[in-house]
Design a protein around this ligand. Sequence first.
Ligand code: NA7
Length: 559
Amino acid sequence: MSAATSPSRIVDAVVVGAGFAGLYMLYRLRELGMTTRVFEAGDGVGGTWYWNRYPGARCDVESMQYSYSFSPELQQEWEWTERYPQQEEILRYINHVADRFDLRRDIQLETRVTAATWDEGQQRWNVTTDRGDQLSARYLISAAGCLSAGRVPEIEGLESFQGQWYHTGNWPHQPVDFSGQRVGIIGTGSSGIQAIPQIAKQARQVTVFQRTPNFSIPAWNRPLSPEQQKEWKARYPQLREQARNTRSGILYDYSQRGTFEVDEPERQREYERRWERGGANYTHAFNDIFFDRAANDQAAEFVRSKIRSIVKDPAVAAKLAPTDHAIGTKRICVDTDYYTTFNLPHVSLVDLKASPIEAIVPGGIRTADATHEFDSIVFATGYDAVTGSLDRIAIRGRDGLALKQKWADGPRTYLGIMTAGFPNLFFITGPGSPSVLTNVVVAIEQHVDWIARCLQSMQQRHIEVAEARTDAEDQWVDHVNEVADKTLFPTTASWYTGANVPGKRRVFLPYVGGLGNYTAICEQVVADGYRGMRLDPVPAVEGAAPRTGGNVSAPIDAT
Ligand code: NA7
């Protein structure tokens, strides 16, 4: 860094993002006595839950599980009101956490990290923001989130639209009143499926533009009784521990039976039982649903039959019933009144496979066979998932290598936590980790704890630089792919594979081997003295002459 760009601040760590991950990372870094600056683009904390304020926005993991476990006091004192938490309630919870642990004083809001460059001489990251901040940090930690880079598709003519348009992931802070309006909604993933029934309650006319139908299971959301909360809270330590050891970080009823180990009536009873309980637990009705296409077809057909029984118009029901992908290989949706909404006289469905969108015109949306007039258009078109938020930052590692360039053929990481050539850069729920396939709060806590422990070990051993080894990274990438290939996930074009972003390289982004197994691997890496990582001792004089030559490999204890 030249004198002209000398850092205005020297810190131990810069954390990107103040959602669940960034807040907990800050908390742990404070415990280690590290000076930290957290940068957050929003004008409040909360990450995904700050931005996603669309009508009906709700978590698809139950309240009692979708919360931090690191503080016994916090988990005892916070009262959830519903089975599945609403966006507004989650945001209130995150704000409470920020206040309760006095986190705000190290968080700079309305500021995006725009660039981070590894300074080989100083062995530090030079970090720049869109507000002109220049920092020098020993560690750079991404808590930028897996679903934070929203995507409005490039459709010709959007700028000519004379009404209002919105993206679910960047919703206005004031409620939007659709009363009396004609509203077009593009996209039928989780966001669309949650928003459509709510918008239909207000609007005069709703037209849903569906490219691919999704499977959705009813939430049967309801208020949480004080007794239910009490029961959970009494057993929280055991329940949290059990959840950490499951595949998804969620206490579902994971079946030990295979689909064809039971006869047809028993199979149907099991699907029905799960449908009646609601939520993503449905996909664990049998233990082969994610692995065996014939088994998956059975579970999928049950949901299709439910759609046909709920939706009165058989032609609409046929369009809503997915046949192009295995159930669960796209994020299963959890809804309130989604399918019944299509029985309302003012709600209609356009199948974009039959009649694609050609352009947005001043008055609405033109498809191949009609022009639909709208006052408002809602894009529920998703995200550049997992890597999108990192791609927005110009990160340069050793020898000026850009992270985007290194990952041009798909992200490469060691454990989803580090990437070779980018020392002291840590990802929380990065690509190649279980992340979006889990209860992400559990995955975040596991990652933050692991990173904090690694940094603590480095402190204790006077280790200055940690970096993934290329051979370990190669092995991990192979392992991630190998595990994914044993499942049905890669058979589906989804945001898990990057298929929703034109031009994005198709790679299976999350680690599908299960959170419990993954955690065991991470623990073993520590027990083996941070196997797969290179760890460099501090030079005699901190920040002294540029370092040359190879790294000294110094295994450290599993403290
Ligand atoms: P998703 O799940 O990525 O859904 C996006 C939807 O938008 C999906 O139905 C897409 O159809 C559709 N889409 C995307 N681009 C277009 C274009 N150009 N034209 C028409 N339709 C389009 O995002 P969500 O926000 O709903 O959910 C993201 C996650 O947040 C969710 O999984 C939960 O984990 C929480 P496609 O399927 O690509 O054909």
